[in-house]
Design a protein around this ligand. Structure first.
Ligand code: SF4
Length: 510
């Protein structure tokens, strides 16, 4: 075991003031505190990698969930959180809700351990205890909002303990806008580590041996059938599907880096792409989705790998007719608005349109990058409004404007659509849980989408049955028939306004 060192006490009096703040309030204070605590560099990098605007912070779950999920899904990887107990409770709950089979590590803190630097010592101790090479290839430690704002210096942790890699990352909600991009923060950090290892000497071979064909690394989580289907489409070009990043095991990182080309299926993996570029790899955007998407993608991948034109044509001629047939066999009829936070929204919209749907709006919580440019242009040419960094308000306004037969979206979008008696589907649970690519993807959405649209009459029946019950003044649970009291409400409103004015006057006077 490496000898433990004494860690200097942090000289950051602002640290204590951010304890108690979070994503509900105090973002500006936390950013200032983080900057004065030597986190400017990391915040600047995030601001460049994950540009905000037009909406600053899409309403989505805690961003750190993305990094946590990537860590928890990797074999022989321990993931530890450092943050406020309420954040850790929420993140642990969510990860187990989504089926994590692993424990989440936690290093608690209080105001005193933050300002004295004891928290860092506690993290260091936890990392040393956890770094057992018999159990783990890597230990990931994630600074949440308060420890990041307080400058807890994870970069001072040893890079390796007993052969176990130590990966420390800051994933504050005030620096990483979405949980999708937080996946990239960890995937990028791991790729960087693995790239340095590969550059330094021999590394572990892939579990199934090194591929005898040039491989295409697939960037972005996808339905398990999709990489298999992509592999089949690459085969006539003499190529093979490589690993999916974020990977499921450390050694796959070397395999991912050792590719002929990277397919940025999800377009927001900016830090990961930086590592692939540093390893000398080309990047191809978009995905083999629908007829036109697959035709263009096979050509772009083939050209990037110097595949002769006749082999690219062979792959296209083999699969495109099947895709066309599958799309025609399962048409979708109806107007759809679509929004999500996974980064695959534009691809899904393309598939829906090629299936015959009338898609009017696509909102993505993710930022605009060059890797989704072709999809955006394709959609806009079909008259679709594409909104990057879409807010909940954008998504809801699109429903009001386009009055769709079906709203696909996040939980609050679906909730609102249901209130309006519109059929709706959860993007994450019902759309992302299906193959989207190539032949398997063509037509895969028709069943669920058409069934949902056909349910409109049920919403109408429910609305006429319940009428206004449970809305407005009668919302809630009552043991008597609720009575509306507008006078009482007006009186309370007046008093609150008066109190607010008084408070403001006192603040200005003080
Ligand atoms: S760690 Fe997540 S839940 Fe906690 S304050 Fe930050 S954004 Fe909010």
């Amino acid at each position: 075991m490496t000898t433990q060192k004494i860690i200097p006490i942090l000289n950051n009096p602002q640290a204590a003031s951010v304890d108690g703040l979070g994503c509900h309030s105090g973002e500006a204070q936390m950013i200032e505190a983080a900057k004065s605590a030597n986190k400017s560099e990391v915040l600047e990098r995030y601001a460049k990698d994950y540009p905000k605007g037009p909406h600053d912070q899409p309403q989505s779950m805690c961003p750190a969930f993305g990094s946590l999920r990537v860590g928890l899904r990797m074999r022989r990887t321990s993931t530890i959180l450092s943050g406020s107990a309420c954040c850790v409770y929420g993140l642990t709950f969510t990860s187990h809700f989504y089926g994590a089979k692993r424990s989440v590590g936690y290093v608690p803190f209080n105001s005193e351990s933050l300002v004295t630097g004891k928290l860092f010592e506690d993290i260091r101790e936890a990392v040393f205890k956890e770094a057992d090479p018999a159990k783990y290839d890597a230990v990931v430690i994630i600074n949440l909002c308060v420890p990041t704002a307080s400058g807890v210096p994870l970069q001072l942790l040893p890079k390796e303990i007993n052969g176990v890699r130590i990966i420390g990352i800051d994933v504050p909600g005030f620096g990483v806008p979405t949980h999708a991009e937080a996946k990239d923060v960890l995937a990028g950090a791991m790729l960087k580590y693995a790239r340095n290892e590969a550059e330094a000497g021999p590394v572990t071979a892939p579990r199934q041996g090194v591929s005898d064909k040039p491989t295409v690394t697939l960037l972005g989580e996808m339905f398990p059938v999709d990489p298999v289907g992509i592999g089949m489409m690459l085969e006539p070009m003499g190529l093979a599907a490589g690993p999916v990043v974020p990977t499921r095991e450390w050694r796959e990182l070397y395999q991912a880096l050792d590719c002929a080309v990277v397919a940025a299926i999800h377009p927001f993996y900016t830090a990961s792409i930086r590592e692939f570029k540093a390893a000398g790899r080309n990047i191809v955007g978009s995905a083999p989705i629908g007829y036109e998407g697959t035709a263009a993608w096979l050509e772009a991948i083939g050209k990037s790998c110097n595949v002769p034109a006749d082999l690219i044509a062979a792959a296209q001629n083999k699969f495109l007719p099947m895709i066309k047939g599958a799309l025609a066999a399962k048409p979708i009829k109806g107007r759809i608005t679509l929004s999500g936070y996974e980064g695959s929204e534009l691809l899904v919209a393309r598939l829906l349109i090629e299936s015959g749907a009338d898609v009017r709006y696509v909102g993505s919580a993710c930022p605009k990058t060059e890797w989704s440019e072709n999809d955006k242009n394709w959609l806009e040419a079909k008259g679709v409004r594409v909104q990057y960094r879409a807010s909940l308000e954008d998504d809801l306004a699109a429903i009001d404007e386009f009055k769709p037969d079906l709203a696909i979206g996040t939980t609050p979008v679906v909730q609102k659509a249901k209130q309006l008696t519109l059929p709706s589907l959860y993007f994450t649970n019902l759309i992302s849980a299906r193959p989207l690519m190539g032949v398997a993807g063509a037509g895969s959405l028709a069943q669920v989408v058409n069934a949902a649209i056909a349910n409109k009459h049920r919403f109408n029946e429910m609305e006429s049955f319940f009428k206004d019950i449970g809305t407005g003044h009668s919302a809630g649970v009552w043991d008597q028939v609720p009575v509306d009291r507008p006078d009482f409400k007006a009186d309370v409103r007046r008093r609150l306004e008066k109190a607010a004015k008084k408070r403001k006057a006192e603040e200005m006077g003080s």
